[in-house]
Design a protein around this ligand. Structure first.
Ligand code: ADP
Ligand code: MG
Length: 659
């Protein structure tokens, strides 16, 4: 496939090239397939109906004044005539527009009108009526504006024609529009009906490709024989009865599935789906213990170093008393340390290895790998899953997922896997008290934090940084840290952010776990996937930036103890949606609600860290399309039609190149 270079696109130079690369956009095809996650739908309205969506026209009657409130924070104000009234307009962080706003000029404002104060608090100023009243909004990176990205995509679409990939008989069957047309519409929708058609095509195509891979693997893996393991069951049972708790019903069922798989002569390929805190990890520990008793090594792969470290600690604690040797292998270790671990793995001096992607590197070899486990498996691609398995001769494979999806969808997505569901929660788990609070009532949250600190409990704070978003009204995390330290004396607050090295992150996490840090402010969600049993409170700023499923997962970081735990969602927007979390602690229910409550314009949902990496498809709203695409891709494989497509042949080469 010819990949057109981005530098051929008007306006893209070395600097913007590297910014685009940061977003994973490497060639022109990536660029045009980078979809907006939302649209701003503008409407011209009267002052009475002014809002962040609607636009009100005004004429400037005074020179603007800028107040610098603190670093990176300023307020611009000026007077206008709107609907024959003289009104004061204020807007934050637009000092740079000052020279454009001259007396008599016409401007178009979005925002809210406060009648009592006769002030219009603007969220956006336009110097012209936007050409297109539906404006795509893209995920950005610092230094790249939405406007620039829109321009690049528009000019790419002018010179680039997306080849039709989907087999033509399917396009005919469903009367799909062409891929190329769909792209043009998705980036610049002119009418709702066309947009629907474009979405349908792209969603179907995305699911078709995904299920094609999964189905192809299934077809290839049919009846792969595995290792028939023998181990003394009574030892495993003793281990289970010595746990400080008894297993839930669903845990027991899942364990039965696992032991059947382990002792059968075909290869285990099992996915465990269970809400956060439902107790998936302990089942893995039991499985690894059985695997050890049968005489085999286990590998456990986690998506981040922090998670790997955490799993390593808890596995080691449970299994070291049985003389089981567990080690950690992660990227940040020195070459010498890694080499040493790798040598011991080959020599069978290590029984269980826990690690990150590092585990699938070529140099890692096992003596007799019998079981591979992948945590948060949606973060790894089909390929990576396979790579780990290839480290042994058909080792049993177990995958974990905290994304609560119904079984039928799970089967379509993971056609090559068997699925066990854990729906019951461990006994005695209390509901986490959850409250949505707006910024002006922040005091309530501070009071609650104060109470928890008094009890020597710890607190997670998540404050999302959306890089490069101009209209960002986020409090800088540094200011937040200062605020907390001022409000609470003798309190240690630390910030965990994506730019820290793994070692620094690990240090901070250790200090939080050990209680040295009282309040941990995290700017990225990924790093919060850890257990800190003394943490009793989760505070999430600008909670509207996350999907409900993600918020639910974040909330699941607390409540892993028998203390009363709480979660505060701080937001001024979309609070109705957030209130679902006040109502429920059930991940399946929450995910379902999440898509029901989506708003117009909010087409593809919020970026979810908890779900699969689909660019446009949504499991909950598009489940039916998924099931159809799965059926069709099976048919496509069975008919051997794919042999005529270079695109699908390339995909097959990619999946099978490992053999
Ligand atoms: P998950 O991996 O599904 O998010 P974990 O396995 O980490 O959940 O379990 C969360 C916590 O609950 C752990 O501290 C674990 O020891 C504990 N746990 C697991 N199963 C039970 C159970 N049946 N009863 C009580 N506590 C349990
Ligand atoms: Mg887990």
């Amino acid at each position: 496939m010819i990949k057109l270079s981005l530098q051929n696109i008007k306006g893209i130079g070395p600097k913007s090239l590297s910014l685009l690369n940061k977003l994973g956009i490497i060639n022109v095809s990536d660029l045009v397939n980078y979809y907006p996650y939302r649209y701003n739908i503008f409407k011209i309205s009267s002052l009475k109906e002014a809002s962040d969506q609607n636009i009100v026209a005004a004429q400037i009657i005074s020179n603007p004044i800028v107040n610098y409130i603190k670093r990176n924070f300023n307020r611009l104000s000026f007077n206008v005539i709107m609907e024959n009234k003289s009104i004061k307009v204020t807007i934050f962080n637009r000092a740079f527009m000052k020279t454009n706003l001259t007396i008599d000029k016409k401007v178009y404002l979005q925002g809210k009108y406060d009648e009592k104060k006769n002030t219009f608090v603007a969220s956006n100023i336009f110097l012209n009526i936007p050409d297109n009243m539906v404006q795509p909004v893209y995920h950005l990176t610092s230094g790249l504006t939405n406007q620039a990205l829109t321009k690049y995509i528009t000019s790419a679409l002018e010179s680039y024609e997306q080849k039709e990939i989907l087999p033509s008989y399917l396009n005919d069957r469903y009367d799909f529009i062409s891929h190329n047309e769909a792209l043009k519409i998705i980036h610049n929708p002119s009418d709702a009906n066309l947009l629907k058609k474009a979405k349908l095509k792209l969603i179907y195509k995305e699911f078709f490709d995904f299920t094609f891979k999964v189905n192809y693997l299934k077809y290839q893996n049919k009846n792969i024989s595995g290792i028939k393991k023998e181990y003394p069951e009574d030892l495993v049972n003793t281990f289970i009865s010595n746990l400080p708790f008894s297993l839930t019903e669903d845990q027991i069922c899942t364990l039965e599935d696992i032991s059947k798989d382990l002792t059968s002569s075909s290869k285990m390929n099992r996915l465990i789906i269970g809400d956060v805190g439902s107790g998936k990890t302990i089942l893995c520990v039991i499985a690894m213990y059985a695997n050890y008793l049968a005489g085999y090594q286990s590998a456990f792969m986690a998506p981040t170093e922090i998670l790997a470290q955490q799993h390593y600690n808890s596995i080691n604690k449970l299994l070291a008393p049985f003389n089981i040797v567990t080690e950690l292998l992660v990227g940040s270790m020195t070459k010498k340390e890694k080499d040493n671990i790798i040598k011991r793995l080959i020599n069978n001096e290590i029984d269980i290895i826990v690690g990150t992607h590092t585990l699938i590197q070529e140099s890692v070899t096992f003596s007799n790998l019998g079981l591979v486990i992948t945590d948060e498996q949606h973060r790894f691609g089909v390929m990576q899953r396979k790579l780990l398995s290839e480290k042994g001769s058909n080792p049993d494979a177990l995958y974990l997922s905290a994304t609560p999806i119904p079984r039928t969808y799970a089967l379509a997505l993971y056609g090559d896997l068997d699925v066990s569901l854990i729906k019951t929660k461990p006994a005695g788990r209390k509901e986490i008290f959850t409250k949505v609070v707006d910024f002006k009532n922040l005091k309530i949250v501070l009071q609650a934090i104060y109470e928890e600190l008094k009890e020597k409990h710890q607190i997670f704070v998540v404050s999302p940084l959306i890089e490069g978003s101009e209209e960002s009204d986020l409090e800088s995390v540094n200011a937040l840290k200062e605020k907390f330290q001022k409000a609470f004396k003798n309190i240690n607050t630390e910030i965990l952010h994506g730019k820290l090295s793994n070692e620094e992150k690990q240090n901070i996490m250790n200090n939080f776990k050990n209680g040295v840090i009282n309040i941990l402010i995290s700017t990225t969600v990924v790093e919060v996937g850890v257990d800190v049993s003394n943490a009793t409170m989760m505070v999430i700023f600008n909670a509207e930036r996350f999907g409900l499923a993600t918020l639910h997962q974040l909330r699941g970081r607390v409540g892993r103890n028998d203390l009363e735990c709480s979660c505060y969602l701080i937001s001024d927007y979309n609070t109705e949606r957030l209130k679902v979390l006040e109502e429920s602690n059930d991940g399946f229910y929450i995910s379902q609600k999440d898509f029901e409550l989506r708003k117009e314009g909010d087409l593809f949902g919020t970026r979810q860290s908890g779900t699969m990496n689909f660019k446009i498809a949504n499991l909950y709203s598009d489940g039916k399309i998924l099931l159809q695409a799965k059926k069709d891709s099976e048919e496509y494989i069975n008919s051997k039609e794919y042999l005529n497509s270079s695109y699908y042949n390339d995909i097959i080469k990619e999946i099978t190149s490992l053999d």
